[in-house]
Design a protein around this ligand. Structure first.
Ligand SMILES: CC(C)(COP(=O)(O)OP(=O)(O)OC[C@H]1O[C@@H](n2cnc3c(N)ncnc32)[C@H](O)[C@@H]1OP(=O)(O)O)[C@@H](O)C(=O)NCCC(=O)NCCS
Length: 253
């Protein structure tokens, strides 16, 4: 069975002046140069945390890469932004698919060693969005369902649906270049509001991408504290549902 490993890295050390993580230790010279082009402290900090977290996940997940030191691998991005891992010495892509998302000192990352499995992740802060945003970026079904909730539950709904869309669009390698309405969330697998006991567990959602209506997707979501986390995997033909496996992150390592 295919496994999708995931983790959440947390940048406890970030300051307004930038990240205090000892980034020289885990960046390659290519990455140090990339970092030098990033001017804004917030962007530098989230970019760094994403790199630290995905490299941590790599060496604690797929057996072939266990113990790989951060300098042996570097994160590059396809022209449209999709990240991938490269063997620093050989300058060849690693046989692993990854996805990165960051928000408010957290980085949510996933990796799979199953090459045909395209994955996307997203972390979103639960917050209210203006009516014009809701009208523009959601399908009629999603919008109408969302309006049936009030207050905080409405915010949870729209944040969650938005995040699932982003995860699918990331797995497609396109991000917001595609219209968010081309992905429809048909079912979130549970009825809102969530009971406290149900929080922080993964639920299955059903999503459809209208560009490939016959392709199967697996999508998961969880709500924890102020955030929703979503993960989407595009299943190649006849693939069974992958298993999610958490890798707890430890900044000390
Ligand atoms: C991908 C995208 C949806 C992420 O938006 P976001 O919620 O602000 O940011 P997140 O933290 O969740 O994700 C950022 C990560 O997504 C990944 N990403 C970027 N473009 C991607 C793409 N086309 N496919 C898959 N993943 C992508 C990157 O790893 C990025 O992190 P990094 O820059 O540190 O490597 C958005 O940036 C996007 O669509 N970008 C491409 C199109 C674009 O630039 N449009 C202009 C704005 S509308």
């Amino acid at each position: 069975m295919d496994i999708v490993y995931w983790t959440v890295g947390r940048d406890d050390l970030t300051t307004d002046a930038g990240s205090a993580l000892p980034f020289e230790k885990f960046l390659t010279s290519y990455e140090i140069e990339r970092l030098s082009y990033l001017r804004f402290p917030k962007r530098r900090a989230e970019w760094l945390l994403g790199r630290w977290t995905i490299k941590y996940l790599l060496r604690h997940s797929i057996p072939a890469f266990n113990g790989w030191q951060p300098g042996l691998v570097q994160v590059k991005n396809e022209p449209e932004g999709m990240p991938y891992l490269e063997n620093t010495g050989k300058q060849t892509p690693l046989p692993a698919n990854i996805s990165i998302s960051h928000r408010d000192h957290y980085a949510f990352c996933a990796i799979t060693g199953s090459a045909p499995l395209k994955i996307g992740v997203d972390i979103e802060l639960i917050e209210s969005r203006p009516p014009s945003f809701l009208e523009d970026f959601f399908t009629q079904n999603e919008y109408q369902q969302g309006l049936s909730f009030q207050g905080y539950q409405r915010d949870v709904w729209f944040t969650l649906i938005w995040s699932l869309k982003e995860s699918v669009l990331k797995a497609l390698g396109k991000g917001l270049r595609l219209d968010t309405r081309c992905v429809e969330v048909r079912d979130i697998g549970v009825v809102l509001p969530l009971k406290t006991a149900g929080a922080a567990q993964w639920f299955n959602a059903r999503v459809v991408y209208e560009g490939e209506p016959d392709v199967q997707w697996c999508a998961w979501w969880r709500k924890q504290d102020r955030f929703v986390y979503t993960l989407a995997a595009r299943l190649p033909d006849a693939h069974t549902t992958p298993q999610l496996q958490e890798v707890p992150a430890n900044l000390e390592e």
